[in-house]
Design a protein around this ligand. Structure first.
Ligand code: SF4
Ligand code: SF4
Length: 166
């Protein structure tokens, strides 16, 4: 994965793709779930998370109480010790997030706690959330970080503009 190229593409396409997602807030094509599933399947033929890990390098997951309990037990730590070492409370949301990026659990471009990783990581990049348009804000925020989301939204835009009168 050429992340430098991705950053350039993302910067170039961010404005039109954000405008598309904003429009999708108001007009949702009838068969959107089918279309998303069809286009998303093409995305994963071209994007390999194992060669990327950009989400782990540039973003932070939210750690729920259950995540903290599960991961700290896995690491043989007390939850408080785990929090003090790696997490902080985000000011505006109150969410527990990583103090630093890249994520401390990213080792050799792989998640070292994969089997107990936060639910937020397990569900990322949220392409199969339903209804898709409820997550437009998330996808907008993730365009500069996730090659899979950038590809999905780009292909969706092309498909919707081809098949519908927008
Ligand atoms: S916990 Fe694992 S999957 Fe989640 S951000 Fe850290 S390295 Fe990535
Ligand atoms: S989810 Fe997105 S940012 Fe994370 S590794 Fe996969 S393609 Fe990269």
């Amino acid at each position: 994965m050429d992340l430098k190229k991705f950053r350039a593409t993302s910067a170039r396409k961010r404005k039109p793709l954000t405008a598309f997602l904003l429009k999708l807030d108001k007009i949702v094509p009838e068969d959107m779930p089918k279309l998303v599933a069809k286009v998303d399947a093409t995305v994963w033929k071209d994007v390999n998370c194992m060669e990327c890990a950009n989400c782990c390098k540039t973003m932070t997951p939210t750690f729920t109480k259950k995540d903290i309990k599960r991961i700290s037990a896995h690491l043989d730590m007390q939850p408080k010790e785990f929090i003090d070492k790696w997490l902080m409370k985000e000011e505006d949301t109150g969410d527990m997030v990583n103090k630093t990026q890249p994520c401390q659990f990213l080792v050799n471009n792989m998640c070292s706690i994969y089997e107990v990783r936060p639910i937020d990581c397990a569900e990322f990049p949220h392409h199969n959330k339903k209804p898709f348009d409820l997550y437009n804000e998330t996808f907008k925020n993730n365009l500069p970080h996730c090659p899979a989301t950038l590809t999905l939204v780009d292909r969706l835009k092309k498909a919707v503009e081809k098949e519908y009168e927008w």
